[in-house]
Design a protein around this ligand. Structure first.
Ligand code: ATR
Length: 264
């Protein structure tokens, strides 16, 4: 039986096993998917098990998406661009790092029929997922991407990596069409202190967080009369792409899958 894992720390919250095992069963694939908490010094050995085929592949989550890179033989173009790997495959004797967060976000936005083309995007946060968001938004031809982060150095570092983006100091609220919460604020019911006086209606509030279903950030967006969406579809579509890479099959994305991941 083939074996797949998601590695991270913490890992308890991960819903990847639920989703992948459901799809494995649905597609009659003889494999199992588990989560495992690793310490940083255990990554090398773990990844070696993929090279010698004790394990067949893994997903990588916070805080290891960059840390796994030195142990891989090759990176996909997108993983290289983002310097972030969330899926590891074994291909022709090589360990290959992929980034499916990029297409996950893109597919999620497309499935909502929202057009990013020519839109102004404001991203709150500069953590691990943000390079993937920037690459996806560029592919979708956003007209402007602005980053604001509590620690300005991290936003400035992103500007070195992606020179077309703008940065503004934390608390500033430039004009936007779509605002994305990519901070961890909201995971534990925190509120982001946003200056809402100039926001108005007709905007799109997107939260990368999907548990809770509706963060205070999304509640605020709704209250102001805006479209809102959480990160559940992005999570599902990053898994969809990993599943396709490993098994060569496109799994189903249905109402049932959305319900499977409900916690609230
Ligand atoms: P990492 O920064 O290690 O990649 P992450 O979970 O990917 O971790 O990102 C956390 C994001 O949430 C960061 O943008 C972080 O801001 P800092 O770079 O200033 O740490 C942001 N964040 C977390 N707690 C925050 C808070 N209380 N106020 C504002 N931003 C916060």
């Amino acid at each position: 039986m083939k074996k797949y894992f998601v590695i991270g720390n913490p890992i308890n919250h991960s819903l990847s096993p639920k989703l992948h095992n459901y799809w494995l069963e649905q597609n009659n694939i003889n494999a199992v998917y588990e989560k495992i908490k690793l310490e940083e010094n255990e990554i090398k050995n773990f990844i070696h098990k993929i090279k010698n085929q004790e394990i067949n592949g893994c997903n990588v989550t916070v805080p290891f998406k960059k840390k796994v890179i030195p142990f891989l033989d090759k990176l996909s173009l997108e993983a290289e661009q983002a310097q972030s790997v969330n899926t590891i495959c074994f291909h022709d004797g090589d360990l290959v790092g992929h980034n499916t967060d990029i297409s996950g976000f893109q597919k999620a936005i497309n499935s909502l029929n929202y057009r990013v083309k020519d839109k102004k995007i404001l991203i709150l946060g500069a953590g691990g997922v943000v390079p993937s968001l920037i690459i996806a938004l560029n592919k979708m031809e956003a007209s402007e991407i602005t980053i604001t982060n509590r620690t300005s150095k991290k936003a400035e570092d992103l500007k070195i990596q992606f020179n077309k983006i703008n940065t503004v100091s934390w608390g500033k609220m430039p004009d936007f069409d779509m605002i994305i919460n990519a901070t961890s604020l909201g995971l534990n019911n925190e509120t982001i202190d946003l200056n809402t006086s100039n926001i108005g209606e007709g905007k799109f509030f997107y939260d990368v967080i999907y548990n809770p279903n509706e963060t205070n950030f999304l509640k605020l967006g709704k209250k102001l009369g805006n479209q809102i969406e959480n990160g559940k579809l992005m999570f599902i579509y990053q898994a969809f792409e990993a599943f396709r890479l490993w098994h060569g099959v496109e799994p189903s994305v249905s109402e049932k899958i959305l319900k499977l991941l409900d916690h609230d």
